[in-house]
Design a binder for this molecule. Sequence first.
Ligand code: KG4
Ligand code: ZN
Length: 351
Amino acid sequence: MRILGIESSCDETSAAVVSGTAAAPSLESLVILSQDVHRIFGGVVPEIASREHLTAVVPVTRQALADAGCALGDIEAIAVTHAPGLVGALLVGVSYAKSLAQSLGIPVLGVHHMEGHLFATALEHPTATPPFTALLVSGGHTMLVDVPEWGAYRLLGETRDDAAGEAFDKTAKLLGLPYPGGRHIEALARSGDPTRFRFARPMLHGGQRPGDADYYDLSFSGLKTAVLHAVRASADLESDRPHLARAFQDAVLETLVAKTLRAARAEARTRIVLGGGVACNRALVTAMEAAAREIGATVFAPSVRLATDNAAMIAAAGLFRLERGERSGPELNAHSSRPMPGLIDAGAATH
Ligand code: KG4
Ligand code: ZN
């Protein structure tokens, strides 16, 4: 099957062509247009995002088709992100996908953005397939999920406040770095001395036992406040900035790695799959790899283009569901928040 994927949930307009089968997907093209305008405002402005998607969605799709060397008539189905995200932004992709599918007489399927992130890594690493432990860390979500098979997702833990990427972005702001700040913190942290500052590892301590409500859950807002206090207390912020960035990043990474390893060990998984924008962080990948080695597990991380928001992952997740016969009807709509299909709260019994 040859599928056109469309993604417009936040500030990237993206289209991709993926062909083959869900078990062996082949990425034929991927176009990602990032909306730089939001940098001026230090965060995504929803109304502006929607308007930018409107001007970009048609040319971005045309380019993805051209890069794949195919015409509209070669596309057999369309997969589009329909949740979660900014409703106005999602609506642009959903409306366009629905009308295009209608005019071509082909099926359309609404895909959950986070399920897309789960599929992204397998596009580059054919063995990044279930069963695996997944850590999804993006600007809007932080989820620790056990994946026994595609379509079956056991939510072990999630953030109780800020998402990991959001914590990077807010901390970057406190340190006077541009938006989005994740990669700037990572770059600054490289020259930071890890012994100059130390922040408590959020929701992580040795006394936690499986079944405890906070065993897998995460939290980042307290850490952000700790950075704020350290910034205020600093006598020489300019020279302290790299050390603060390093201390913040070390605290986030140690928590993410420890909780992911707990999950992999508990479920006896030998594969750990990372996804979402924060998975671009090389220090995270390196720390996760070192810890995974101790339990004989392999870490799979997507490249930058597939870690951040993109339509290839939406097409890949769509391919899996279309193969199972799933289709969306004309009522397909955009939703700001909606549970991932197949997700069960495995921590519910203990919360
Ligand atoms: O998955 P994504 O592109 O969009 C959402 O679905 O939210 O993730 C964007 C997030 C931003 O918060 C950004 O700061 C973060 O990913 N990010 C990073 C790095 N690169 C991007 N965080 C830490 N280190 C990085 N190198
Ligand atoms: Zn995302």
